[in-house]
Structure formats: structure tokens, C-alpha cells
Design a protein around this ligand. Sequence first.
Ligand code: UD1
Length: 431
Amino acid sequence: MDRIRIVGGKELHGTIPISGAKNAALPLMIAALLTPETLTLENVPRLVDVRLLMRILSNHGVDYAIDGKRPGDAPIAGQTLHLSAKNIVDTTAPYELVSRMRASFWVLGPLVARMGQAKVSLPGGCAIGTRPVDFLLMAMEKLGASIDIEGGYVLASAPKGLRGAEINFPKVTVGGTHTALMAAVLAKGHSLIRNAAREPEVTDLANCLIAMGAKIKGAGTSEIEIEGVSGLGGARYEVLPDRIETGTFAIAAAMTGGDVMLERARPELLQSALDMIEKAGARVTSTNEGIRVTRNGSGISPVDVETAPFPGFPTDLQAQFMALMTRARGTSRMTETIFENRFMHVAELSRFGAHIRLEDDSAIIEGVERLKGAPVMATDLRASVSLVIAALAAEGESMIHRVYHLDRGFEQLEQKLGACGAIVERVSEPG
Ligand code: UD1
């Protein structure tokens, strides 16, 4: 098992290329199940979750090919994936695979839409609260699927096909919206998704489905209308840049000070987070190249933040921003409204000398002048990278254990930080 060693105290200076968004790539790959033709995705990040999903999809009968390197490719360039679900040979998504990545549960929608049935294990994924799937099942039932749960599996069937319906989500859900969209595009008639997630990854999925021949209006708003079609074709589609990776590196630069250009990053994908990073004392400027983040001399100011669905402050940047606040000149409060129990990083951040206490769904962070390097343990994907951010600013050496969480969602993290002057290396853990 690998660990990451960081010697803190270096400013970050340089350029970081932003990868394709993991959370967009995953549903886009799953959308390949909806068509017998080839779906080609560009700018797919090289991540453990992407490889795992390829295995899951190939288990259903999806063939895939990855383009090799081309002359002139940047050292960190997304990959091009060709996915072809000509024949779906198996509509079961087994526990061994689904339990390792929650998003793979989303195969439910397209499998039922195209094949009239699916058997999908109830999911696992990051340990950040209970994360039920009741809204996803409700959406499938509204669209005419009958649902049973047996032995830890969801059995869904709609032998005569799905039919359009109105789906009203009681709470904004990204996975619920993805599932409803992917099912409704092949349902007979008209569907309306109310209180739909407005996250850019939902818009990305809708745009790709439209390129495949789906009829969708209103993606990116809270009401999405779908007119079902009898079949979808292939398409070529480029995954949007990762807003969580962008925000993470922007926060890292604000934390260490320095001057970093986040290449290909798009400010409209994370405006609320960029506003908070500026309030904390960094300068954020957008150029044709991407987003530039600088902090020279000025200290870090405390900022209160509450997570919210898009366009609000993303829950996936909560842990990273908390790391930044540990060094603010004053007290700040971070309130988590999306997931209960998403504060596992608090105990680990405290190991660097941070002063944080929990009060219901909030963390109160009293900034300290300096953090000190420490051995820490990664817990979930986004929490792990908050430890990297703290370690970059801590005095002395830190060792981050269980970095497989990081590998699920951050492409070449050490290389990207190392190129900006950070002292960071991966070491293989014995045993
Ligand atoms: C996705 C993202 C994740 C992000 C989250 C919120 C991917 C792969 N994952 O997760 O990184 O943190 O959106 O932006 O894109 N809920 C229910 N019942 C359900 C479904 C959800 O109660 O059936 C609740 C959840 O527990 C949570 C809230 O709804 O409190 C939002 O969850 P949701 O948006 O569905 O998160 P995911 O799609 O799992």
C-alpha cells in the first residue's frame, strides 16, 4: 500500500493542467449502455474509479478501447475511450464490483431502459453518511419499473419498456437526476424531472445524450423535460474539466501562497468556491488559459461557508476549505448541509495542530499560526486531499497513509504539485 510523504512550507509556483471531471466521466461512460453504437469520450481522467467502471461495464458486455499516446500529446493528457455496448450480455451488476464504487449503481437506469430488467447490488463507496438510494428507486418506479430488493440486490423490471412520467425529487440528488435522465431518454412519451440537480456534470451528461439523439430540454435548471425516443446512436463527446480538482488546487495555492495557473479550468463551474477563496485572501483571475490563483504576503482571512447543491459551495470542497481555514487569522464556521457525518477529516487535521470543534452539522475552526507535520490517515476521497493541503503548509514532514482514496479521484497529484515546487513523493508501504 502506498503512502505520500510531504515536506511542507514551500510556496506553489507554476502551471497545473486540470483533468477531465471524474464525476462527469463516470455517468458518461455508463450512458454507453444506452446504445448499440460506439460512444467515444475524450478527456477521460486516468483514475482508479474510471478503470473500475470499465471492468463493471465490460461485465455487462461493453467492449472498450483506449487510444494510445499521440505525438504532441501533453504529458498529462486525458485519454480517449471508445465504448461499445453492441450486445448487453449480462444485466447483473455484482456486489464485488458495485460495493467498491457507489456511482456504478447508476447502471440501473440504462439497463432497465434498454433491456427491460436489471439486478444491481446496493452500493458502497465513500463512507460519508448513510447515502441511501431511495430517490433513485422512486424515479425508476415512477417511470414504470417494478422494484424488489432481495439479498442486497435491487431487482428492477419493466418488460414492456419504461413510460414517461413526472418525477419530483424531495431533495436535490445528483445520482437521482443522472438515473432519471438515463432512464427517461428511452421511455415512451414525455417526462419531467422537478427539483433536478443543476450540477455541471448533469448538464454534461444531458449534452452527451442529446449528441446521441436524445430529446432533452432544461438541463442545468431545476426542471428537465425529456421526450423519449426509441433508440440512441453513437457520439463523440469531450468530458468537461474537473471543478473539484480545480477548487482543490486553488485552495492549495491559497494555503501555501505563491502563483499557480490552473490550465483549462473554467470559473463558471465553481464560482461560489472561487468567491470564498478570494474572501480568504487569494487573488483569483480568469484568463483564456484558465484560472490563476495567487497569494503574496497577505495572510488568510476567516470565512464562514455552508455547502449547498450547485451553484452553491460544493460539499466536495468542504474538507479542503476547512484545511485552509485552520491557518486563518481568526475563527470560521463550516456547515455541511448535504451529507451527515462528512467530518472524518477533522480528527486527522487536528493531528497537524489544527483547532477544530464540531457542533451539530458545523465545524468551528480557530485558525492557528502554524501547523506541524504529522503522520495521518486518508479516510474518504475528498477528505484525503485536505490532508495533503494541510501537509503542504505544515512545518516539517508529513506522511499520508491509505492514499488509495486519493487515487480514486485525483490524477497524478504528486506530479502536478511537484511541478509547482512542492516536496512530495509516493513511497511504497511494506506489506
Ligand atoms: C454526487 C457526487 C459526489 C457529491 C454529491 C453531492 C458523483 C460520482 N458523486 O454523489 O461527489 O458529493 O453528488 O454533490 O458524482 N440522497 C437520499 N436518497 C437518495 C439519493 C440521495 O437521501 O436516493 C441524499 C444523500 O444522502 C445526500 C443528498 O441526497 O444527503 C445528495 O446526494 P446525491 O446528490 O445523490 O449524491 P451522489 O449522487 O451520491
